[in-house]
Design a protein around this ligand. Structure first.
Ligand code: PLP
Length: 229
């Protein structure tokens, strides 16, 4: 595919995803525009992202701090109003860079990183919003706080640290039906009085919207298949 064709494809894909989101909102009896589309641009360079910005998408997700630092400062000079979400795991030694670059972080899952982010927000005078990642499938290799530890961790983040916790995030196990994981995340959020639910990716965002997602993180369905790492 030529570059031009690729650009047209990404913009067309974006339009299709917006339609599907609107339909899923209606089907779930939810207000139009209630769901925020986070366009996941990880692994794609500025030239691939630009047509999606030109189609008025402003909310983007990246999973690596260093990669995002390489492309977003320049794109932000070209396009105003960009809101950048960090959706991947974060190490404490990257907290400073993450707080400087991102507006929303979806991957708080332990006390050490919560404290590091709090300290950086204060040092930089930045007000970020956060989602707490819950390991709904209790997978040993996966990031996220265990479901049974979530209530206490949410309380620590909000009450002791005073972080602006928008809601919860999950990534269901790849080999399982995602709906029960979305339902579990929604249940933990509801009992903690949290309204934000970051759940649903290219293959399952309609199901996530039916179960209350407020933020869907869609990458390959917009930008195409990612090169293997
Ligand atoms: C890559 C990624 C996505 C997007 O995945 P697609 O299947 O390409 O839509 C969503 N969430 C997280 C945390 C990711 O790392």
């Amino acid at each position: 595919m030529t570059d031009r064709a690729h650009e047209d494809t990404a913009a067309a894909n974006l339009a299709g995803i917006r339609d599907t989101i609107a339909r899923a909102e209606r089907a779930a009896g939810r207000a139009s525009g209630e769901v925020t589309l986070v366009a996941v641009s990880k692994t794609f360079d500025a030239d691939a992202i630009r047509p999606v910005l030109e189609a008025d998408q402003r909310v983007f997700g990246e999973n690596r701090v260093q990669e995002a630092q390489g492309k977003w400062p320049g794109l932000r000079e070209e396009f105003s109003g960009v809101e950048l979400h960090l959706i991947g795991p974060l190490q404490s030694n990257k907290a400073k860079e993450a707080v400087a670059l991102f507006d929303v972080i979806h991957s708080i899952d332990r006390e050490k990183i919560a404290r590091a982010l709090k300290a950086e927000c204060e040092a930089q005078g930045r007000n970020l919003r956060f989602f707490i990642q819950v390991n709904t499938g209790e997978e040993p290799q996966k990031a996220g706080i265990a479901p049974q530890e979530a209530d206490a961790f949410i309380a620590l983040c909000r009450e002791e640290l005073g972080l602006d916790i928008a809601g919860l995030m999950c990534i269901p196990p790849v080999d399982e039906v995602p709906a029960p994981h979305f339902a579990l995340l929604a249940k933990i959020a509801a009992r903690n009085g949290l309204s934000g639910l970051s759940m649903g990716m290219s293959s399952d965002f309609e199901s996530a919207i039916a179960l209350g997602a407020t933020h869907v993180r869609v990458g390959s369905a917009i930008f195409g298949t990612r090169p293997r790492p």
